[in-house]
Write a protein that binds this ligand. Sequence first.
Ligand code: FES
Length: 158
Amino acid sequence: MKVITTQGSSEPRYLTDADLGAISDLSSRDVFLCGPQGLMSLAGELLDAQGVSRDRIHSTYFSAPQTDLGCEELGGKVRFARSNLDVDSSGDAPLLEIAEAAGLTPQHGCRMGICHQCSCRKTSGTVVNRLTGQSSGPGEDTIQLCISIPQGPVALDI
Ligand code: FES
């Protein structure tokens, strides 16, 4: 992913070690990062190289960070009960993307597990939380569509 900055330049360019090196006492400062995964990864590596400890880095992602889900079998048949629609899914696609690919338009906001606007009722099946890697129970539960990945057949009240 291209990571750019316009700081001190009329042209967009990549964030570099030199940019961070120009900040006095950087290793003793608190650093606040926000942006997409690629920027966060690059900035984290550059801050590591500058000796900034992880406990001084405060991060807000513009997208859900990727967690190693450690699950071999993700995906499954998804039943959107109120819409009378059944679709198959595979891999680590979250339910919000699966619903949208099926032509549904569930309510949502941030798409990264913060706003809860995508919360809905799961009536059966297991989902994996993309942020924590935790599996839900198999029964009824309120889940967030944008960070929930089916792990086998799932039924939703949508
Ligand atoms: S869209 Fe914001 S938590 Fe899912």
